[in-house]
Each structure stands twice: as structure tokens, then as C-alpha cells.
Design a protein around this ligand. Structure first.
Ligand SMILES: N[C@@H](CCC(=O)N[C@@H](CSS)C(=O)NCC(=O)O)C(=O)O
Ligand SMILES: [Fe+2]
Length: 257
């Protein structure tokens, strides 16, 4: 396939634009995916403080942002979804219906998110939260696992309807069932890792290679501190990140109130 915009080379595979972006504060990965021919694009898991960065990138690359998507209702940062809707008029917010959050498009297991010639398959992968989904871009052999599956780890299961039993079944049934060469792109990494593969995680994930009983014990013993921003992030993320934005964030964003 010929590239429609050849100077997009740093971002392009033969038939898709793919960029991994990082938020140093929350260690969140945001992904920009686009069809280089139609220029239709989606953002997955944007962070509110970096919405200007994301909007500028979309503009610079000449992309048409169609959807701003979340893998789940985040507890550790405010989503950039609502703010991006203001910065890039016309794009729609997207999250799973089971997340309990408001959005223009509410997804269910098996739905497809189409942009240009590309398509994300929605796989329900609850357990970290009730509403977690994994987005699979089969044409590029990529999956965006949110906090369900992290590189050599997984999302915690101690709030937002989390359940280690459910998470174990989600990862084994809906992610490890993908072909082993599919690249795994998580929503966070705290150790500087960027991507993995289904095959690597099946072999080397220290939690999910164990049996379910052992996994449940590991998760019950994590003893993690609650995310610092959980009390502001959850109410804000219920409405696409546009509720009671902390003053320092609102001041930085200027128009987000
Ligand atoms: N210290 C951070 C929060 C870190 C944290 O709890 N991360 C979550 C994903 S964000 S909901 C998680 O599931 N971690 C799993 C793990 O094993 O670390 C903060 O204060 O924001
Ligand atoms: Fe999370």
C-alpha cells in the first residue's frame, strides 16, 4: 500500500499512523491512531493537562480527530476527553456503557470503532474496574489493554468494582486468547517499558502466569496506596473530565471551567 502522506514516516506503518505519547506525572500512555489516507484519527486515554499537546499534534499532522476514547474510568488522573472535545470541535467522546460514565458513544463488548479504513474491536476486560475494555486493532496486530494488562503486571483490583477473580478471567479469556505476536500497549507503565506482546506476557507476566488462586493472593496482598487524585479524578471522569476541575488545572487550561 502506498503512503498517502509520506512525511508522516516517524508515525506510520504501511497502513496506519501510530504514536505513543506519555504523561510523566501519572505515567499514562496516550495513543494516537489514524488512517493515513482518510486522515481520520482517534486518541486513546488522553490526560487533561496534556490536551493542548494532543490537539496540536492532531492539527500539525493534518488529522481529523473522530473519537476520543477511554479504556476505563481512570482513578489516577482526569481524562482529556471533555477538554479535547472543546479544542477539536466535532470529535466524539467514547467509553464503555458499563463504566457508568457519560459519553457521546457508549460501547459494549463486540462493538467496532471505525475510523477511515481502520477498526478497533471492543473486548470487555473487567476486573481492574467493572467497565474496562481492551481495544484490538487487528489489521496492525495491536491491542490497547488499558489497566487490565500492564507490562509484566496488571491493574489493581481494590476499588471501582474491581475483582481479581474477574480480572484473571478477562486477561486469560480475552487478551491471552489473541495471537501471540499481537503487540500489547498498556495505559500505564511505571518502569520505563513501552510495549510488550501477548506471547511475552503469557510467558513472563509474574502475576498472570500463576494459577487463579495464587493470582488472587498476590492481588489481595498488593497493599498499594490509593491514587493521590482519586477523589477529584473519579467525579470528573464520570462526565468526560469536566466537573469540579481542580483550580490549578483549570487555571492552566484557561477555558476548561
Ligand atoms: N501512585 C499512583 C497510582 C498508582 C496506581 O495505583 N496505579 C494503578 C493504575 S492507575 S488506576 C494500578 O493499577 N497499579 C497496579 C500496580 O501494580 O501498580 C498515583 O498516586 O496516582
Ligand atoms: Fe485505572
Amino acid at each position: 500500500m502506498t503512503l498517502c502522506t509520506s512525511w508522516l514516516t516517524r508515525a506510520v506503518t504501511p497502513s496506519s499512523v501510530y504514536l505513543q505519547l506519555f504523561d510523566r506525572e501519572s505515567c499514562t500512555y496516550t495513543y494516537l491512531l489514524a488512517d493515513p489516507c482518510s486522515k481520520e484519527a482517534v486518541l486513546i486515554d488522553p490526560v487533561i493537562e496534556l490536551s493542548d499537546r494532543d490537539a496540536t499534534l492532531v492539527k500539525d499532522l493534518g488529522l481529523k480527530l473522530v473519537y476520543v476514547i477511554n479504556t476505563h474510568m481512570h482513578a489516577d488522573h482526569i481524562t482529556g476527553t471533555g477538554r479535547l472535545k472543546r479544542l477539536v470541535p466535532g470529535c466524539k467522546s467514547v467509553i464503555s456503557a458499563t463504566s457508568g460514565a457519560e459519553a457521546d458513544v457508549k460501547l459494549a463488548d463486540g462493538d467496532k470503532v471505525k475510523f477511515g479504513a481502520l477498526e478497533l474491536e471492543v473486548r470487555a476486560t473487567p476486573g481492574h474496574t467493572e467497565g474496562c475494555v481492551t481495544y484490538v486493532l487487528h489489521s496492525q496486530r495491536m491491542c490497547f489493554t488499558g489497566d487490565a494488562l500492564l507490562i509484566r503486571g496488571c491493574g489493581r483490583t481494590d476499588f471501582q468494582g474491581g475483582s481479581s477473580d474477574t480480572l484473571y478471567d478477562s486477561v486469560h479469556g480475552r487478551i491471552f486468547s489473541l495471537p501471540e505476536d499481537y503487540t500489547v500497549y498498556p495505559a500505564h507503565d511505571y518502569k520505563g517499558q513501552t510495549a510488550s506482546t501477548v506471547g511475552e506476557e503469557k510467558r513472563y507476566n509474574p502475576r498472570l502466569t500463576r494459577n487463579k488462586e495464587e493470582f488472587n493472593a498476590i492481588m489481595a496482598g498488593l497493599n498499594l496506596a490509593y491514587p493521590k487524585k482519586i477523589d477529584v479524578a473519579l467525579p470528573a471522569n464520570k462526565v468526560c473530565g469536566l466537573h469540579n476541575i481542580p483550580e490549578e488545572v483549570a487555571a492552566m487550561l484557561g477555558d476548561a471551567k
